[in-house]
Design a binder for this molecule. Structure first.
Ligand SMILES: Nc1nc2c(ncn2[C@@H]2O[C@H](COP(=O)(O)OP(=O)(O)OP(=O)(O)O)[C@@H](O)[C@H]2O)c(=O)[nH]1
Ligand SMILES: [Mg+2]
Length: 330
């Protein structure tokens, strides 16, 4: 890192520490752009003892997650809590684009200094999305928000990965369209701490609620039992009960620490950070040397990628060069 970059970053970090939202936004942009400075920023701001309650809100597109979050935010603000919302991939062509759609739905909160709303687009992010989400949440924690709400739409592996960063996972479904079954197929029921059947003004809400309750019952086991709530986000109904369960689960998480699970979590986090940084460095270092040769051999089909990876991993000098922090010109 050059001296100029260094001092720019220092300035940004001190503005961030002083509570400057523009600095927060700039740091989030660094994460989105996968800047080479991200690791240094994270190292400075990471705190194992962050105090924010991170709640993930997931479920099929259009279930009413944003509307529900909007209502939840209003109630948390009434309690004077500082709230951040990170909406991931609302970039689907159906919702007409993240920022616009969510700006309309969460319009009231955009001018509230106690609320920060940010969208993270999945476009072009490939597998890096859950990493980026984790880093942005770290930034939001360091910025001292009390509650961080992370919204993802969909029922795939990415949603499962992202929800892994939340203390509390809320799975939102709706009465129609066999959504309850879709959720179980996707395995979302296994990560749910709270189920919400939204659009309860429509027919069939009680049936979906009963299905989900049966699922929770059949799973049995000790510990936390996910409650199933009926809400009508659009009519602001059932939201107080959701807040009460969010509070109850957060209390549960803080009072039921499991050293083994905590250890596993830290191992997982460390490996994710380490492999992420190895990948970043490797990408930057493929410009020359042995790594470059091997890459070319893979590209021309002379070596298969497994053979090339083995040759590289077994060559300490080449690995050293690959992982060294000094980035060579590509
Ligand atoms: N009937 C009814 N409609 C609702 C309710 N809650 C939300 N909606 C409507 O459902 C539509 C989708 O709501 P959103 O909040 O954008 O849903 P979402 O799950 O965030 O959607 P994506 O982010 O695109 O996945 C909107 O037109 C809402 O007004 C409800 O309780 N009842
Ligand atoms: Mg939404």
């Amino acid at each position: 890192m050059s001296n100029a970059t260094n001092s720019r970053l220092e300035q940004l970090l001190s503005r961030f520490a002083a509570g400057d939202r523009l600095a927060l936004a700039r740091l989030i942009t660094l994460v989105e752009n996968r800047s080479a400075d991200v690791a240094a920023v994270m190292e400075r701001l990471y705190s194992g003892a962050a105090h924010a309650h991170i709640a993930g809100i997931t479920g099929p597109p259009g279930a009413g997650k944003s509307t529900l979050i909007d209502r939840v935010v209003a109630k948390l603000r009434a309690r004077k809590q500082q709230v951040a919302v990170l909406a991931i991939d609302p970039s689907s062509p159906f919702s007409g684009g993240a920022v616009l759609g969510d700006r309309v739905r969460m319009g009231d909160h955009y001018n509230d200094p106690g609320v920060y709303i940010r969208s993270l687009s999945t476009r072009g992010s490939h597998g890096g999305l859950s990493r980026a989400a984790r880093q942005i949440v770290t930034l939001l924690e360091a910025f001292k928000f009390d509650v961080i709400l992370v919204e993802t739409a969909g029922v795939g592996q990415t949603e499962l990965d992202i929800m892994d960063l939340a203390h509390t996972t809320v799975v939102v479904t709706v009465p129609e369209g066999g959504d309850g079954i879709q959720i179980m197929k996707a395995g979302l029921n296994e990560i749910a701490d709270i189920f919400v059947v939204n659009k309860a003004d429509r027919d069939g809400a009680d049936r979906v609620k009963a299905e989900l309750e049966l699922n929770v019952y059949l799973r049995g086991g000790a510990g936390w039992r996910p409650p199933v709530l009926l809400t009508q986000a659009a009519n602001d109904r059932g939201v107080e009960a959701l807040i009460a369960q969010l509070d109850r689960h957060w209390e549960y998480v803080r009072t039921h620490t499991d050293p083994q699970a905590e250890r596993q979590h830290r191992v997982h986090e460390f490996l994710e950070i380490l492999t992420g940084q190895i990948e970043e460095r490797a990408r930057n270092a493929f410009g020359n040397g042995r790594a470059h040769e091997l890459l070319e051999s893979v590209c021309t089909g002379r070596l298969n990628p497994y053979a090339a990876a083995r040759l590289l991993l077994d060559d300490p000098a080449a690995m050293g060069a690959l992982l060294s922090k000094t980035v060579v010109d590509c």
